[in-house]
Design a protein around this ligand. Structure first.
Ligand code: NAD
Length: 420
């Protein structure tokens, strides 16, 4: 079905923003398609000495504001249209954060679960050899994404450095600290989301010390969000879930106990004294803050009406469907869009790249403080844009306000460069 195509969705979102902001039609046409799309087919020698051919992609969507930036996914169902959509969204995310990057994304069709480390390393190196002419610290800088890890980033950086004949640490971000990754990069996504939550709570006059929070997902993003919300604000996390379901405890869950239960039993449900809940029930709990931090399409037109939280912090990518937006707004839910809330990840990557290119390294505190400055400014820009449009009689949600800022900045850069 056409609306299932992620790239068509990304184009539709751009079209909607273009209409509201009255975007120049030449700029609009340029921004509807990626500037560069690369498909590569390459051989990998497998452990049993056979050779297998893999297909990979690298899409550089737009570089008017700086080199391409975006992760690499290793996924059995990867396809070009998904990579194109993700590269468009990276363009808007980098622009909203006002960091000097365009947007890009890459991927390889493969099933990492059926591969051993030997094959994974060979695949990572061959993919980089195939796209080496299209990436670089000044052209396009990849990072980890679904099923790619800091170790894979280190192999890729090493392969690229060998091709160039010198170390190029700045070609890739999300590397381990040993190969000049950045302090604070591992939890920068969740930390950024906490700064956004702090500002949203101030605006809504919500005391986070007394707030009840529910988090969907206990992976990288969700578990750091849990830990940080309790540590920074003293909030109570009353519910959490993973793909198998979740737990609810009115008096608040304990992070270390939960981690221990998950490690020992493989699920969250064995947490003593907590009530079992489904992922659907979690979304409908009577809490102050709801943080979807798992997968896309969780709040839809069929359950948006049942969201009881006053703040919805979209830590996952795409957790709220477009048809749920209006319902949430009508019910007074303050919904903060994914490409603002989770932009701490790419901002952390920007810091890593900036440190690599200067060969000068920062402390964790410096990283957090700079992250706070950038993401808090993004939040304030979104709220100010929403207000400006309201004053002109146009009611827009925070997602549209974020789009208007992001698309406007890229269009302005293209105009200044004489592209239209
Ligand atoms: P992850 O794989 O570490 O964790 C995902 C979590 O979601 C797991 O706990 C998993 O059990 C749970 N989950 C899977 N299917 C589920 C379902 N049907 N219902 C409920 N829970 C389910 O992934 P992550 O890195 O934490 O990413 C989570 C989301 O955040 C994704 O949308 C990702 O794109 C987004 N994000 C993450 C980062 C980052 O730095 N990790 C950056 C930007 C955006």
């Amino acid at each position: 079905m056409e609306e299932q195509n992620p790239f068509k969705n990304a184009q539709k979102q751009l079209d909607d923003a273009a209409e509201i902001m009255n975007l120049d039609r030449h700029a609009h046409a340029l921004l509807r398609e990626p500037m560069q799309t690369v498909t590569v087919n390459f051989p990998v020698r497998m452990k049993d000495n056979t050779t297998k051919t893999f297909t990979g992609f690298r899409v550089m969507y737009n570089n008017a504001r700086g080199p391409g930036k975006g992760g690499i996914r290793f996924h059995p169902h990867e396809d070009l249209d998904t990579v194109k959509a993700l590269s468009a969204w990276m363009t808007w995310k980098c622009s909203l954060a006002n960091i000097p990057f365009g947007g890009a994304k890459g991927g390889v069709i493969c099933d990492t679960k059926s591969m051993n480390d030997f094959e994974l390393e060979a695949l990572s190196r061959q993919y980089i050899r195939s796209i080496a002419g299209f990436i670089g610290p000044k052209t396009d800088i990849p990072a980890p994404d679904v099923y790619t890890t800091p170790q894979i980033m280190a192999w890729m950086m090493d392969e690229y450095s060998k091709i160039k004949g010198h170390n190029e640490f700045g070609v890739i971000t999300g590397k381990p600290l040993e190969t000049w990754g950045s302090e604070g990069r591992s939890d920068s996504t969740a930390m950024g989301a906490m700064y956004v939550l702090r500002e949203a709570a101030k605006m809504k006059k919500l005391n986070l010390r007394k707030a009840k929070i529910a988090i969907q997902g206990f992976g990288n993003a969700g578990s750091f969000a849990f830990e940080l919300a309790t540590k920074l604000f003293g909030s109570k996390i009353v519910a959490i879930s993973d793909s198998r379901g979740g737990v609810y405890l009115e008096s608040g869950l304990d992070f270390n106990k939960l981690k221990d239960v998950k490690e020992r039993t493989g699920n969250l449900e064995s947490y003593k004294g907590a009530q079992k809940i489904t992922n659907e029930q979690l979304l409908e709990l009577d809490v102050d803050v709801l943080i979807p931090a798992a997968i896309e399409n969780q709040v839809t037109k069929s359950n948006a009406d049942k969201v009881n939280a006053s703040i919805l912090l979209e830590l996952a990518n795409g957790p709220v469907t477009p048809d749920a937006d209006g319902i949430l707004a009508q019910n007074g839910v303050f919904d903060l869009p994914d490409f603002l809330v989770n932009s701490g990840g790419v901002i952390g990557s920007y810091f890593e790249w900036a440190q690599n290119t200067q060969n000068y390294y920062w402390t964790k505190d410096e990283v957090y403080q700079k992250l706070d400055t950038i993401i808090t400014k993004s939040f304030k820009d979104v709220i100010a844009t929403q207000k400006q449009y309201a004053e002109k009689g146009k009611k827009i949600n925070t997602r549209m306000a974020a789009y208007i800022i992001a698309v406007g900045r890229v269009a302005a850069a293209m105009k200044a460069r004489g592209w239209y």
